[in-house]
Design a protein around this ligand. Structure first.
Ligand code: MEV
Length: 335
């Protein structure tokens, strides 16, 4: 039996625009998915997943990945989750040159599903690492990130960047621009997350932005402007930047506010995400934005005081609010 875990992430800047070659800065957080894998004697795959949410809903299913499990959550979410696990299994079989390998897989995650915190990337990264190790192969982190990217791109029909999977594999703060992925130094940030209990369909949201870009020049310009914000943000994150700590957080927050406005104009925000963003700003957060694909799910705010956390807990539409710590480790070999 092998066990691996991998962290979720928040986007400080750059989601969606990163799909079109602009840079993005996601940062791994200590909310993790843990995948346990045991090889079988046959070529079947049995998946059991429990608690794929913070505590909103529980997904429990058992069966071949070819069957749709009988669970009380929206079908597209479960199908997507199954798709990522299936794609991770295919990558592990390919990496170990064992096309007929069968597995019993258990997924335990404290990252809400489809909510912008990188649950699919974390499950894919941890799944590939655990399944290949179970077959006697230990892949370097770079290869796990690569294979997880290919798995995610396959499920999202080619519409994925390397950002989520690279960040989950290596941990910490990262900068991704096209195929160029690197770790960056970042200061400790007072990250607060608000979760509306919902989820967005990443594939659909990415396709929506693409359609907007094809039809309207403003959408092209908006994507380029997000890239510009990311470049400003990464200069501020640099620990050698000539800026006082307080000014740094204030300016990072300001850029996050701009980034949220631009994402909203690309049609990927929602009423509950906007409500949480405004609640955070009114409580005195330095800035707030949606994180990930949008449509529903989570926002990320910067606030060293307890005010934003308290305000979010009283905001209609916000189901959970919590502080997130930066995860310095990426994929972790647990057993
Ligand atoms: C989803 O977490 C982030 C997006 O930028 C898609 C991607 O980068 O693959 C919306």
């Amino acid at each position: 039996m092998t066990v691996s875990s991998a962290p979720g992430k928040v986007y400080l800047f750059g989601e969606h625009a990163v799909v079109y070659g602009e840079p993005a800065v996601p940062c791994a957080i200590e909310q993790r998915a843990t995948v346990t894998v045991e090889a079988r004697d046959d070529d079947h795959v049995r998946v059991q997943a429990s608690d794929l949410s913070l505590d909103g809903f529980t997904v429990e299913y058992t069966g071949s990945t070819a069957d749709r499990p009988d669970v009380d959550v929206p079908a597209p979410l479960v199908e997507a989750a199954m798709g990522y696990i299936d794609a991770a299994v295919e990558q592990a079989r390919d990496a170990a040159d064992a096309p007929d390998a069968g597995f019993d897989i258990t997924v335990e995650s404290d990252i809400p599903l489809g909510a912008g915190l990188g649950s699919s990337a974390a499950v894919t990264v941890a799944g590939i690492d655990a399944a290949t190790r179970e077959l006697g192969h230990r892949l370097p982190t770079g290869e796990i990130a690569n294979r997880a990217y290919r798995a995610e791109a396959e499920v999202q029909e080619g519409q994925a960047s390397r950002a989520d999977t690279f960040c989950s594999a290596v941990g910490g703060a990262v900068r991704v621009e096209g195929d160029d992925c690197r770790s960056i130094d970042a200061p400790d940030l007072p990250i607060v997350i608000g979760f509306d209990g919902g989820a967005g369909d990443t594939g659909e949201l990415v396709a929506g932005v693409r359609a907007l870009k094809e039809r309207y020049d403003f959408a092209d310009d908006t994507v380029a402007t997000i890239g510009n914000i990311v470049r400003n943000g990464e200069r501020l994150l640099d620990p050698d930047a000539d800026v006082e700590a307080d000014d740094r957080i204030a300016e990072l927050g300001r850029l996050m506010d701009f980034n949220h406005g631009l994402l909203e104009s690309l049609g990927v925000s929602s009423r509950s995400l906007d409500s949480m963003v405004w609640a955070a700003r009114e409580a005195g957060a330095h800035g707030a934005k949606l994180t990930g694909a949008g449509g529903g799910g989570c926002i990320v705010a910067l606030d060293p005081t307890p005010e934003t956390l308290t305000a979010l807990r009283f905001t209609p539409g916000c189901e959970e609010a919590f502080r997130a710590e930066l995860a310095t480790d990426g994929v972790r070999r647990v057993a």
